[in-house]
Design a protein around this ligand. Structure first.
Ligand code: AKG
Ligand code: FE2
Length: 311
């Protein structure tokens, strides 16, 4: 069942009224786990360059893209149908194709698990991804500061525990086809899922398709459109942060439906360093609401979730 369009809050990352921004973040994280951010510091030109590189890559013939197929470190290309975000979906796999790019060091790393398209034909691909990583990380840190304040923690809480300084971040470029075969009627660009990690920053080319379901246990489920708002990024809470906040914050089910138009997006997954122990925050627990989950390292948690997706 599809519902209307949602009015999610727009949080101004440069707002002089910090209290209102923090309150808006808290309300959004508690109610829907989704909000927009404006003044995020990522230049339009960089977003345009990112989408241009993405389009150029996805336009290659499948055989060439398959040369960079996702490796054991989850970097590289995933073809249409190769991934099913909702394991219960009746279809073989999602319509989207995607490409994962991990953080890029300043010097060429000898053990860099990333895969790069040929430099001769993609001369600025790597630099663009590097710039986007840096810009998205800077925006992500500002968002995490507001999130920390909204949890009654000090603004630098996530930075101080080293949650964001060890390059676990990943860009996932996504491309959804415009036309779908008859046999794919009812199939999804990306089937229903929640994100696994801490927070996700999503940039899209403005094409609709993203929907969220705020109450996953309600039947029938109500899916609401997340409209595009010019100049903003969409931010959503992942399962690890839901667990960290003892379920005070919501990691919400979302999906991308086929709208008969080609669509590009770029998700940036900001996750803590693998050895960070995530245990329910004190400010989210009380006598009546004791911790629901035992401590776990971020790495173990994410490994478990990824291996369930790519069994
Ligand atoms: O493309 C989108 O709008 C959403 C992508 C998404 O949910 C994901 O990659 O986890
Ligand atoms: Fe997602």
């Amino acid at each position: 069942m599809a519902g209307g369009s949602l009015d999610l809050p727009v949080v101004d990352l440069a707002s002089p009224d910090l209290k209102s921004a923090v309150d808006a973040v808290r309300k959004a994280c508690v109610e829907s786990g989704f909000f927009y951010v404006t003044n995020h510091g990522i230049q339009d030109g960089l977003l345009e360059a990112l989408f241009a590189e993405s389009k150029k890559f996805f336009e290659l013939p499948l055989e060439e893209k398959m040369l960079l197929q996702r490796n054991s470190a989850h970097r590289g290309y995933t073809a249409p149908y190769a991934e099913k975000l909702d394991a219960s979906s009746e279809f073989q796999g999602d319509l989207k194709e995607s490409f994962y790019i991990g953080a890029v060091g300043d010097v060429d790393m000898p053990n860099d698990p990333n895969q790069w398209p040929p430099k001769e034909r993609f001369p600025s691909w790597k630099d663009t991804m590097k710039l986007y990583h840096a810009a998205a990380l800077a925006a992500g840190k500002r968002i995490l500061s507001l999130i920390a304040l909204s949890l009654d923690l000090e603004a630098e809480f996530f930075q101080n525990i080293g949650a964001v300084d060890c390059s676990s971040e990943v860009i996932r470029l996504l491309h959804y086809p415009g036309e779908v075969n008859e046999s794919d009627n009812g199939n999804y660009g990306a089937s229903a899922h929640s994100d696994y990690g801490m927070i996700t920053l999503l940039a899209t080319d403005g094409t609709p398709g993203l929907q969220i379901c705020r109450e996953k246990d309600r039947h029938p489920q109500l899916w609401e459109d997340v409209r595009h708002v010019d100049g903003t990024l969409i931010v959503n809470i992942g399962d690890l942060l839901e667990r960290w906040t003892n379920c005070v914050f919501r990691s919400t089910l979302h999906r991308v439906v086929a709208v008969g138009r080609e669509r590009y997006s770029a998700a940036y997954f900001l996750d803590p360093r693998p050895d960070l122990v995530v245990q329910c925050l004190e400010s989210c627990c009380c006598d009546a609401c004791p911790p629901r989950f035992p401590p776990i390292t971020a790495g173990d948690y994410l490994k478990e979730r990824l291996s369930a997706t790519y069994k």
